[in-house]
Design a protein around this ligand. Sequence first.
Ligand code: 4LI
Ligand code: NI
Length: 187
Amino acid sequence: MIKMEDIIREGHPTLRATAKEVSIPLSDEDIQLGQEMMEFLVNSQDPIKAEELDLRGGVGLAAPQLDISKRIIAVLIPSNDPENPEPILQDVMFNPKIVSHSVQQACLGDGEGCLSVDRNVPGYVVRSVRITLTYTNALGETKKVRFKNYPAIVVQHEMDHLNGIMFYDHINAENPFILKDDVLVLE
Ligand code: 4LI
Ligand code: NI
């Protein structure tokens, strides 16, 4: 089971490396890693388990954060509608690739956090508001999916980890809260 101590923190060189593609068909090892990454996210969002295991809540995790330089991400975005508790997005993505993205940009109004960053870094992280992604899922199926708003932001944050990019690389150093007037602010 993945715990916080398995997650490497900023300063570790693996977080600045370019991760390698995984081979298809997926190995049992890579499938199992994906399952453990998703289990971590599920536990991190469970108030009881998170308290017991001292986990920080997360909606995304990338394999390089475990010092495993492979192109694997897990994303679990919980529902915000008690009438429909199905997650908005729950998937492990192998070799994800952004095949197109909107010109329109967006950022989270509250900024971004990262399980590999033990400090608050204020500022807007501007990203594309819509992306189209291809990836292989844990069943070995090739997917082509469009994401928008929060799911698109989370996927881009996690995919940045595959390319050695940290969220604060995108924050304007002079004025962390400067925005062009056509950037959507997601609340
Ligand atoms: C506990 C249980 C306020 C501050 C609002 C926590 C269940 C910030 C937002 C969670 C912020 C859950 C999140 C991310 C932000 C802030 C990630 C809490 C986990 C909110 C997810 C990857 C950026 C993703 C929206 C500095 C660990 N997650 N909040 N950013 N949640 N969470 N990111 N921003 N300001 N990071 O952090 O998983 S993309 Cl669901
Ligand atoms: Ni991160």
